[in-house]
Design a binder for this molecule. Sequence first.
Ligand SMILES: [Zn+2]
Length: 88
Amino acid sequence: MIIREYKCGCKITSTKNYPSIEYCPKHKAAPDIYEALKEAENYFVSMKAHIPSHGNTLGMVQKALAKAEEKEEDEILMPYSSSIERKE
Ligand SMILES: [Zn+2]
């Protein structure tokens, strides 16, 4: 039986009183997305001297990774920290 269903499609179900999570496709792919993003970060960092205009993309990648790693913003190594918008 479905205990809770999220907007994304993830479901918390229960079978014989054992709860389990059925992930939606996006959240099922999260570990792969995370690994791909780590690779993208390395790529952008290695290319930053050649393509300076991608600074915001790198910032977004690093922000997303930091969120996944539960890091505080000041723990993030940001070669382009000046290009990252801070909305507080
Ligand atoms: Zn989901």
